[in-house]
Design a protein around this ligand. Structure first.
Ligand code: HEM
Length: 230
């Protein structure tokens, strides 16, 4: 067996891979939110941003493939860890459980599955345009994909806004448990700093939820809207 296979096969190795892929996904969620917040600057900013990403296909596809790999790694390590935990837990073994156990672990699996369902829906909605084709195929006056119109039209529908708000709250629950545990698994959490890391993790989870849900809610409330006649 190669050392890679040994590491991946062990519980510690699997946990580290899960934490590292989780960290990569967390960084993506932060970067994605920062990009999306440009909706508040109006169509010019967000359409230019969308256009910039698409005009660099090598970068875009490297990011897409990297992101898909991180999702797959995160899911496969979660499955493996659940199986390892089940098979390695004798009935009497109750106390010294790993950091994430019981209710938190079960809630991470449940929220993780819901996030997976959301991502598939989200890709069909804003990347493939199959959910709402009528708002997907517009271009702005500069001939760029009209991301602003697509997002504003999408979230003017309370059903889509509802789906996104619920999904973002689920994501928040996932991150609430996951961020501090991620640092702990990677060995970055000295017991002295544990309360601080917990606080930072939970605060970050709340900020990400608020930032994300602010977008559909401001559109539904008419704070962000299409220019009349536009
Ligand atoms: C309210 C919250 C969100 C909004 C408004 C939003 C908006 C968007 C938009 C507009 C695009 C298409 C970009 C373009 O075509 O230029 C997109 C793509 C994407 N979003 Fe989101 N997003 C949100 C939350 C999330 C979350 C929480 C995740 C991950 C957990 C996520 C993952 C993705 C992925 C993977 C893509 C595909 C990127 C690509 O085309 O390669 N999004 N999002």
């Amino acid at each position: 067996m190669t050392s890679w296979a040994r590491t991946f096969g062990s519980s510690i190795g699997t946990k580290s891979l899960m934490a590292l892929s989780g960290l990569a996904l967390l960084l993506f969620v932060i970067a994605h939110l920062l990009g999306n917040l440009q909706i508040y600057l109006g169509p010019e900013a967000i359409n230019a941003y969308g256009h910039l990403l698409k005009s660099l296909p090598e970068l875009l596809w490297t990011m897409r493939i990297g992101l898909a790999a991180m999702f797959l790694l995160h899911i496969s390590t979660a499955i493996r860890l659940t199986a390892l935990n089940r098979s390695a837990r004798p009935v009497a073994y109750r106390k010294s459980e790993p950091q994430i156990a019981g209710v938190a672990a079960r809630s991470l699996i449940a929220t993780g599955l819901l996030i997976l369902a959301f991502v598939l829906f989200h890709l069909a909605h804003f990347t493939l345009g199959t959910v709402d084709p009528s708002s997907f195929h517009h271009v702005d006056e500069m001939g760029r994909h009209d991301v602003f119109r697509m997002v504003v039209t999408g979230f003017s529908n309370p059903l889509y806004t509802g789906i996104y708000v619920v999904a973002m709250i689920v994501l928040g629950f996932h991150l609430w448990h996951a961020i501090a545990s991620l640092f702990q698994t990677l060995g970055l959490s000295h017991p002295r700093f544990r309360p601080l890391i917990e606080k930072v993790g939970k605060t970050l989870a709340v900020l990400l939820v608020l930032g994300n849900i602010s977008i559909p809610l401001s559109i539904l409330a008419g704070i962000v809207r299409l220019k009349t006649g536009g």
